[in-house]
Design a binder for this molecule. Structure first.
Ligand code: NAP
Ligand code: HSE
Length: 429
């Protein structure tokens, strides 16, 4: 006898929603064989009913209101693929949980901001929220942390989690083009989010890192605790200077539990060019998980796009169809502790680029500012001089971010700068 079908309601019929419907249709037999039951769509919803989405949707009930759809009696799982931190995504997710439905979502923004309260709501209702697609698209990193590495103390999570930024940085390097030109190219290719600052400001990747930290360290999601810095200030000179030293620049997420608290940062960093992260090209993502017993696990793949993201959504749907029940962040909500953001970062060497007025004593003032704050110089070179402004690159020995900030304040106060200073961590990986 065939088991009862798992009945879905899908809200959002854009890139991901359409991809999920295509996979569900194309792989219906495979899904039934693997889960022992059919997975069917009861209803769908989006803003526009008349939009041509390139697939036939006639066999599914249409709902104008995703919140009403989430509560339907003929729905077991609400699949939220609309996006947005609040609005209908959150309202419909809450409605679904309150009505006794499990939820699958790809929405990192909603979970990074409201994940703690939604996880509590799910647990109180004895329902699930699954979000494999929310982090690094097609890479099964949530599953790796919640299941594959479940018995490990996780010592560090790091990675490149925004394909658009990695595309921009690698394209600047390979084509020798300035940031503004490659940004426009990424826009024309449709790579950027509706609000591009979510990508280039590091926010989208910061959302993803905050979710992984919660699973890795058993802490409540703390997106506000993620130190964020975008890629907008990176120039081709930085990329070339980094390359000369054997490094590449990546928007790198690092999350690490230290004796001082939880460090979470999503910032442009120099990474060794011959490391797995240093070799990552284009829009690809990479997440590295370090477990006390597992050692280092490197996951690489497409972080976005119709197929890869739909694949991740499907993995959550199949888990629910099979009866796999795992708490939202890998453990009961009551076990998650408040995250204590680390007051200071683990020390690192830094790459600095100063725009210096080309006059006697200017460089001495920079050296003095660094020295007085206890920041030691490992390398220094002048890379360019135009119209009386010299670009000077300095690599420091390992130092704390606090000391570096004191040094940069002192240099800035010495009135020898003519432009913003770039300061990038050199990450040991
Ligand atoms: P999208 O192409 O912009 O599609 C969004 C869909 O949601 C559209 O069908 C839209 O309807 C519908 N929608 C938006 N606001 C709505 C509202 N107020 N009421 C009802 N429907 C509404 O977005 P997407 O790229 O598929 O992304 C969906 C989610 O997946 C987001 O959370 C995103 O962050 C996440 N995600 C996306 C990717 C990716 O590669 N695209 C990767 C990982 C995660 P209309 O079509 O009628 O306008
Ligand atoms: N804007 C995101 C990226 C899409 O570029 O990686 C997937 O979250």
């Amino acid at each position: 006898m065939t088991a009862a079908p798992l009945r879905l309601a899908i809200a959002g019929l854009g890139t991901v929603g359409v991809g999920v419907i295509k996979m569900l249709t194309r792989n219906a037999n495979l899904i039934e064989r693997r889960t022992g039951r059919p997975v069917v769509i009861s209803a769908i919803s989006a803003r526009s009913r008349s939009k041509d989405r390139g697939i036939t949707l006639k066999s599914f009930d249409w709902e104008d209101d995703p919140v009403a759809m989430a509560k339907r009696d003929d729905v077991d799982v609400f699949v939220e693929l609309m996006g947005g931190t609040d609005g209908p995504a959150k309202a419909a997710t809450e409605a679904a949980l309150n009505a006794g439905k499990d939820v699958v979502t790809a929405n990192k923004a909603m979970l990074a901001v409201h994940g703690n309260e939604l996880a509590k709501l799910a647990e109180d209702a004895d329902k699930l929220i699954r979000f494999e697609a929310a982090v690094a698209g097609g890479i099964p990193v949530v599953k790796a942390l919640t299941e594959g590495l479940a018995g490990n103390e996780i010592t560090r999570v790091l990675g490149v989690m925004n394909g658009t930024c990695n595309y921009i940085l690698t394209r600047m390097e390979t084509a020798g083009l300035p940031y503004e030109e490659v940004f426009a190219e990424a826009d024309a290719l449709g790579y950027l989010e509706a609000d591009p600052n979510l990508d280039v400001g590091g926010i989208d990747a910061g959302h993803k890192l905050a979710l992984l930290s919660s699973i890795a360290y058993g802490t409540k999601v703390d997106f506000d605790g993620v130190v964020l810095e975008g890629i907008g200030a990176i120039t081709i000179e930085d990329i070339n200077a980094a390359a000369r030293m054997g490094y590449r620049i990546k928007l790198l997420g690092v999350s690490q539990m230290t004796g001082r608290g939880l460090e979470q940062r999503m910032t442009p960093c120099l990474v060794p060019a011959n490391s797995p992260l240093g070799q990552l090209e284009g829009g690809t993502n990479m997440v590295i998980l370090e477990g006390e017993d597992s050692g280092t696990i490197v996951l690489r793949g497409a972080g976005a796009g119709e197929g890869p993201t739909a694949s991740a959504v499907m993995s959550d749907i199949l888990d629910i169809a099979r009866g796999t029940r795992i708490s939202t962040f890998g453990q009961p909500v009551g076990n998650l502790v408040a995250s204590k953001p680390a007051k200071a970062d683990t020390p690192a060497a830094f790459y600095l680029r100063f725009h210096l007025q080309d006059k006697p004593g200017a460089l001495a003032k920079v050296a003095a500012g660094l020295g007085e704050a206890g920041v030691s110089i490992a390398q220094m070179r002048q890379v360019e001089e135009t119209q009386g402004v010299a670009q000077v690159i300095i690599v420091t020995h390992k130092t704390s971010r606090d000391s570096l900030d004191r040094a940069l304040d002192a240099v800035s106060g010495s009135k020898v700068l003519d432009g913003a200073t770039v300061a990038l961590r050199i990450e040991d990986i």
